[in-house]
Design a protein around this ligand. Structure first.
Ligand code: RAM
Length: 884
């Protein structure tokens, strides 16, 4: 910071700054990048205070040795005078398919001193042209008769003629492909690859570096195919069985092998592959899996296996969608949970309690005679007698004719001693599992729960002195993970669908807790794929056709809102370039349906409220305003003046119409918590009206003494109260143990967030999850500055309210680690913070205190003193005034 005295800068530790955490398109060393100009980022680590980057240099070379000698044959950015360290587009030589790029970065500080070079990292381009798939064909199992045939296994042997320098396996499988190479599954604990999209528009492929798995001589490559969302045949919800893309599973694969002698070859999926069915008799995304271990084919994925009895693979038509590299982490087993207790509600009926609600499946260990059939039915609840209870979540399955099994795995023993099994192609939402047919008495270690989720890196942690809040935080993280299944879903059991409203309400909590930017980047492509040419969107994305019928602005706005969240939290402006036409088209489509400036029709709104309903016309009109504002901003960022004006005007008109219809002085008092919070949060109520709305909100909250919103209000109410200086009231709403509220859920034993305040439906929904974001941004006080995306400037606003005595949070933001930790002892308040190099913060210190070294007092605002600090660690002390 320019105001910092030189002495402060000299407190720097002896070692200089290090450039770390190099990422390409949000990922570390990715190997299937599609963008011709991938965006690069890094983090500078430095203990001293007030460090600022004044310049950077990026070198990109085509091989490691060249990069070692700093011979940047692909790109030398030169010394660029800039403080930017995120979202920097590669702008060197054009890159070809499969090109591996080696890169490193150095930075210059305020005194013009360069850092050392970062450690070299890589990124690799994916297969950019259809021709890169060489002669590969889509192949599948042998044509089947009636009914749902077992899962096809596919295999091919090949000879590697020498030492392998580099080998990459590219593959796409619909619905899912589990890849195998030389006796092993490829990809560790990943599952349900490559991921879910609108298969008529886009089909993902995965890339694996398999260099070390291929040996000179005979090798075998193979795949097992699952049905997933491509071939939904279980008569479940939303009529996916009629999805336009529906077809039998198929695989496309190209294995590129580069030899040490400079030659290369490609092994591809084609009719020379062999196929057979095996132990997976049935798999369905809602139904579960049936596995007969007696039909296993040991070593089917190794060279030398006799596949004489297998048939030739069938060549299948290509799906309509174009192949695209998966831009985000896979779904994988991210945690294994031990069984906590086993109940026996009826003789031979065991109910295993894993103590944690999750999405995933169980792993079973058993010794049984060949043919012993063990059935596992997953559930979120149990009855008083310990029997599982699924009425709340299996509705769609039981309504089907004939009724369908629902989240049920069946294992048939092969009878060869201890057997261990887990399913591959389905998943369930559960805490409990009913087991029938188990030979003998199961032990706790007979079962483990496997949490399957998009494999995010954690981005943040929050903890405080009130354990109830910690449990809500825990429940939010598990609900978020449970609902990150290649797409953001509503719940992992009943529907498993990409309900758009749920997704945008949880996106900020998701971005604070996990490195989820690439996951949302992928899902925004799904939103683009599902949009009609009219601009209309579907309620669930991807959609097999259902949910396109009507306009629901509070759900559809997921598109502009999440795009904007990627801008606000990650500084992503390209997301607007990529999606601008779609966003604009949606806003045009919606605004054409207004009357007198407001959205006149009924639509989904403040879903599942406690007692007070908010008119959907009101909430929809708020979203029209929000969307118009986002599109105006996106237009401005692209220098499109005409559209900037057009959408800014639309936003202004909407604001005036909203004022006329909903903000009359006598209306405010009768308004719901949701209506008031949304009007304030989005700036529709301004000046005196804002104050009047806030006062009405405070009166409402005090009189009722509890939250009285559905999912929309639950996101905006807490922040609006905190923003207005009433974190004490927001805290009261969150920390109360009575119904309605998050605390009541926890008291009822919740380990994930629930669908509704009454606890009558799913126990694993994420749509009330923004409370976790409020923990970070307000209680611990790591706040996003709306004026400065990506935490380039942080607002540290700790809230020592009520009985809280300490809180702490960390956030691995785009520029590095942000930390805020505070304690209170009586009126003594102590705050420790850490601000990443190249960023700064405004600290809102509650009470009265003086500026420590390295901080500059700005002014007093309400109950807090404001200080400006540069990067590094800072400690503050203050004397709190008597609390409310
Ligand atoms: C429910 C879903 C979802 C919600 C919609 C409106 O069935 O579970 O959470 O967005 O309805």
């Amino acid at each position: 910071m320019t105001f910092l005295p030189a002495a402060v800068l000299l407190t720097a530790s002896a070692s200089g700054p290090t450039v770390t955490d190099l990422r390409c398109e949000y990922l570390k060393n990715p190997i299937s990048i599609e963008s011709p100009a991938p965006r690069l980022s890094w983090v500078t680590e430095y203990e001293g205070r007030g460090w600022k980057q004044t310049a950077y240099q990026i070198l990109v070379a085509s091989d490691a040795r060249k990069l070692g000698r700093s011979q940047a044959d692909l790109w030398d950015s030169g010394r660029v005078a800039s403080s930017a360290s995120i979202q920097i587009p590669y702008s060197g030589k054009a890159l070809s398919s499969r090109q591996r790029c080696f890169w490193k970065v150095r930075v210059w500080d305020g005194a013009g001193e360069p850092s050392a070079w970062s450690k070299p990292q890589i990124w690799e381009m994916g297969l950019s042209a259809e021709s890169d798939w060489a002669a590969s064909k889509w192949i599948g199992g042998a044509p089947a008769g009636k009914g749902q045939p077992p899962a096809p296994f596919l295999r091919k042997e090949f000879v590697a003629k020498g030492k392998v320098k580099r080998a990459t396996l590219y593959a796409s499988g619909l619905g899912y492909a589990e890849l195998h190479l030389n006796g092993k599954k490829v990809g560790g604990t990943t599952e349900r690859d490559p991921g879910y999209t609108n298969f008529d528009k886009r089909v993902l492929y995965v890339a694996h570096d398999v260099t070390s798995a291929i040996k000179p001589g005979a090798n075998a490559v193979g795949a097992i195919l699952g049905t997933g969302w491509y071939d939904v045949h279980d008569l479940a919800t939303w009529r996916f069985e009629n999805a336009p893309w529906r077809g039998r599973p198929r695989l496309r694969l190209a294995l590129y092998i580069d030899y040490a002698d400079g030659s290369s070859e490609t092994v591809v999926s084609d009719p020379s592959w062999k196929t057979s069915t095996g132990p997976i008799l049935f798999d369905g995304i809602y139904t579960g899996e049936v596995y007969d271990a007696r039909q296993e084919m040991p070593d089917w994925d190794s060279a030398g296996f006799s596949d004489a009895a297998w048939s030739a693979a069938a060549v299948m038509p290509a799906p309509k969608g174009a192949l695209a590299a998966r831009p985000c982490p896979p779904v994988a087993i991210v945690e294994t949970i031990k069984a906590k207790r086993i109940l026996e509600p009826a003789p031979g009926v065991y109910v295993v309690d894993f103590g944690q609600n999750i999405a995933g499946h169980a792993r079973i260990r058993v010794k049984g005679a060949a043919g012993t059939k063990i059935t596992m039915r997953y559930s979120e609840r149990i009855k008083e007698n310990g029997a599982i209870e699924r009425d709340q979540i299996e509705t769609f399955m039981t309504k089907a004719t004939p009724p369908q099994p629902f989240q049920t795995d069946t294992y048939i023993c092969k009878g060869e001693g201890r057997e261990e099994w887990e399913q591959r192609f389905s998943y369930s939402g559960f805490r409990y599992m009913e087991v029938t047919g188990f030979p003998g008495k199961p032990r706790l270690d007979s079962f483990q729960a496997r949490l399957a989720s998009t494999d995010f890196e954690s981005a943040g942690e929050f903890e405080c002195s009130n354990d109830l809040l910690n449990k809500i935080q825990h429940a939010t993280r598990y609900a978020y993970l449970s609902n990150a299944q290649s797409i953001p879903t509503d719940c992992p059991q009943r529907e498993k669908n990409g309900w758009t409203g749920d997704a945008h309400l949880a996106a900020e909590a998701g971005l604070m807790n996990f490195k989820s930017a690439s996951f949302y980047t992928k899902w925004l492509d799904d939103l683009a794929d599902d949009q009609s040419s009219s601009g209309a969107q579907s309620l669930i994305v991807p959609s097999g056709g259902w949910g396109h019928g009507a306009t629901h602005p509070a759900w559809d706005s997921a598109y502009p809102i999440i795009a904007n969240d990627l801008y606000r939290y990650c500084g992503d402006t390209r997301i607007f370039t990529r999606h601008y036409e779609h966003l604009r088209r949606y806003v045009d489509y919606l605004s054409a349906q207004t009357q007198d400036g407001v959205v006149p029709f009924d639509s989904l709104g403040d879903w599942l409220p406690w007692s007070t309903e908010t008119p959907s016309q009101l909430t929809s009109t708020v979203f029209l305003y929000v969307d118009a504002r986002i599109v105006a901003d996106a237009a401005r960022m692209q220098g499109n003046d005409r559209d900037t004006r057009k959408y800014a005007d639309l936003a202004e008109q909407t604001k005036r119409a909203f004022d006329k219809h909903y903000l009359a002085p006598d209306a405010l008092e009768k308004s719901s918590q949701t209506a008031l919070s949304m009007a304030i949060y989005f700036g529709l109520a301004e000046g005196d009206k804002k104050q009047a709305a806030f006062d009405a909100l405070v009166r409402n909250v005090k009189t009722q003494g509890h939250i009285d919103t559905g999912i929309l209000g639950a996101k905006y109410l807490l922040r609006v109260l905190s923003e207005g200086g009433r974190s004490d009231l927001a805290y009261m709403l969150v920390a109360r143990k009575e119904q309605p509220g998050w605390g009541w859920w926890i008291g009822q034993g919740a380990t994930t967030l629930w669908e509704d305040w009454k606890g009558e439906s799913s126990l694993n929904h994420i749509m009330f999850g923004d409370v976790s974001n409020w923990f970070y941004q307000w209680i611990a006080g790591i706040g996003l500055d709306p004026a400065t995306p990506a935490f380039k400037h942080v607002l540290i606003r700790p809230q020592p309210v009520s009985d809280l005595t300490w809180a702490k949070a960390t956030e691995h933001g785009p520029y590095g680690l942000i930390r805020s930790s505070w304690q209170r002892n009586g009126a003594q308040f102590h705050l420790d913070i850490e601000i990443p190099p190249n960023t700064s913060a405004t600290v809102y210190l509650p009470g009265s205190g003086s500026a420590p070294d390295g901080a500059k007092l700005l002014r007093r605002e309400g109950n807090a003193m404001l200080f400006e600090v540069g990067s590094g660690r800072h400690s503050f002390q203050s004397q709190l005034s008597p609390s409310r």
